[in-house]
Design a protein around this ligand. Sequence first.
Ligand code: FES
Ligand code: FES
Length: 917
Amino acid sequence: MGLTGLKVSCDEGACGACTVIKDGHAVLSCMTLACEAGGSDVLTIEGLDDNDPVIKAFAEQCEPGYGTAMQCGYCTPGFVMASKALLDENPSPSMKQIKDKLSGNICRCGTYPAVAKAVLSAAELRKNDGVIIKEEFKPKISRNYIGTYRPKDDGLEKASGQAHYLDDLFLKRNFPDMLFAKLLRCPYPHARIKQIDTTEAEKLPGVKTILTYKDPDVLAFKPTNASWTGLDTRHYERMDWPNYQDRQVLSDTGRWVGDEIGAIVAAESYDIADEALKLLKIEWEVLPFALDPEKAMQPEAPIIHPNINPEGNILPGGGFCGPDVFVDRGDVATAFAEADEVAEVTSKHHNAEHGVLDTRGCCVLWEGDRLICWTNYYQGDQTRMHLANMFNIPLNKVRICIPYIGGSFGRGNTGDQPFLLITALLSKRVGCPVKFKHTRREDFHDTRNALTWTIKMGAKKDGTINSMSFYGIINSGAYADSTMAALKHIPGIEMSECQLAHIPNLRMEGYAVYTNIIPGSCMRGIGNNQINLAIGLAVDVMAEKLKIDPIELTIKNFGHEWETLPDKSLEACLRTGAQKIGWEDRHGPGETKGSKKRGIGFSFNMGWHTGWQEVARGHVQLGVKLNPDMSVILEAPMAETGVGSNSCAVFACAEALDFLNIKPKDIHWVSIVDTDTGYKDMVQTDSAVSYLHAELMPKVAARLKKKLLELSAKHLDTSADKIDIRDACVYFKNDPEKKHRIKDILWDGDLVPVLITVSELMPGEMTGVPFGATFADVEVDTETGKVEIVKLVVVSDCGTVMYAPGAEGQQIGGQCMGVGETLTEEIIYDDATGIPLNFNWIDYKIPTMADFPEVEPILLEVWKGAGEYGACGIGEGVTTCTARSIANAIYNATGVRMDEIPFKPERVLSALSVVVQ
Ligand code: FES
Ligand code: FES
């Protein structure tokens, strides 16, 4: 029917993205047979007007303290329909009723508080007693748009279901000859295909072609490496991590259950392609496997990538990734001996899944010798380089387009996506468009790395930490992907040179190990989440040994502004959070009576950007077109994954073009990344895009003004130095009353837009380390082991807050991941078979609205970096402290230390019972 509003994300009744209203009740369309709907009234989001109060309330939510009611927007139409059904049935719902009714819908961006607020706004129940009026962020410098509360730029488009994602663009009705591709997945944790016979599968009606690992064009693909592109765009010959080229497109060997290997089918439908895969006759050589990294390090373990390391499963060090001991300064052994107290702790972080609603995919077609690829991957320029290098064709023969993306959270890099290449090859072979899209289960494709850190910390009686050592073992899973970034790059560069820069004796040692599980990969807060779990624990343990408040110990040791103690940013974050959570009233560990025990804890992290990372991205590019009617087209290419960078770009553009009276509504931001425009898109990694484009806007404005002055001078028969522009009018400096509207001058011209293009490197100086902190208030039921989070306070120093509801939305939304990883989410394997048991959203528990705690977001502007705004990304930093703040709060509540997440009831009970014994 061509309706694109509602989405299919899980296809098994777990996410609510497909909600429609049938005969007045919200139903999941993926769980409703067409015959069941016969004779029913079915209302989809397309049946609602843009002025529908529910759509409006979602689109316009920007009330302080709640964030926006959508980020990526993929879940939003489902929430809108579920909310409408609720309000139709109960026009005055309480907060509890809203939570109950909407808890079947998943928002991985974590917009739950804002969604609830939007429902209440729609019901005109703003004063409902379930709602807390929250404190408004007050910017240090008052500006027209930057730092203000206003609706999201794409709010209406997303709330009404009009925003188009990959699936919406590639409907069979628009591309009747489109084929659908399915990859063979390895059913064993480790196995090799000895023989494959495609005869029966090829005979299946609707099957167009099958490629296998024996195909010469497949064999011609060079081996790749998942992270060959970092922040910038890299050529194959200059890829990041060149010593881990462990991915072969359509390999004959599978290294985890689900590995995409051996064969790909193009057919008239996914069902037919699936059926064809079942008809393949495959002779497998099943190989021994290892799931646990410590076992995989043993000499007798099966070797998983003999071409990378023929001796064992430890990824070779050296080169770009550094040796196994990757930081070694001072003399830690002597310093520990001289310390008054030494604390040693171990923390275990598990594999957590991105849980993106918009499963990954692409649609590829060839126009003659030009490859056109639409994808929901967030790297346009890098994907173009990747495909051009691998097909050995010029860059101008590859066009990458990226529409709205339903979430990302750092999901993978182009190099680990053989499906892009193999779908392109299929399309070339069959001569028509081919679409590839993961199902929910297939989208369990890569995760955060499981990583165990052991930290030793030495300190003097006065609280001065004189030494630290780190020993890490990271589970790479089946491929290296971004493992080394999590193990060595983040701790070795970002931490040792920033947060730990002043620790005189520091040693870091780490081992990355291949195993036969899902690969570890790039994910929001990469590396920081894991190491912060350990550092936060070590600080808490050391503070207890020294009998010093852990907040004071933290400020004394970790706050610094490039050698100056104490740092205002860290101190401000900690003092503000402490006051909000009621730190002063904190009791000693396990001191509460009764079976339900309350406690509070905190953790801290340095913020997510400092000067040199921005330089590593290369040039930032954007273009502004001023039309003769004074409307603006803004080309600030970035994949819109939901983080609000597009709103920041539009508001920063309006801010800079204030001299022309340009408002955000006058600016059209081009929402599709298209490499044919010639602009490099900003890669949505490292939470930097929200301010990088904004940094260029004043330069755009200055150039535009210069050009307009030249045009006006010609038009007015004067010289440019005699006139100026204010309020969209040119005036004579010697006679300010003599003025002419810019619009009239342009309108009298040739009606050609005025074009400005900027391409610049960002300021490179290191300007400081902004911080963030999270405080948790928890209640532990010592009879059931259930941990209830009563409240989280998330404090972030942003430098400059670019878009207040967006930043608060990140602070709140980051807790959806943080809470999930800490309490419920975990991939579980059957040890005997190596088969994962919960690659679905029924058993893999992502928090819903019912599980979501109260979150108080606090934005600060203490630190300021280089440039116009000197802002700092917070989207990742906000996830890095949740686990440790909860762990420390559990200790404060019960007196029992827990070091391994997730803190599921059985694990909590077991820890409590050990202490009782
Ligand atoms: S797609 Fe229907 S509930 Fe997830
Ligand atoms: S806005 Fe809900 S999943 Fe992104």
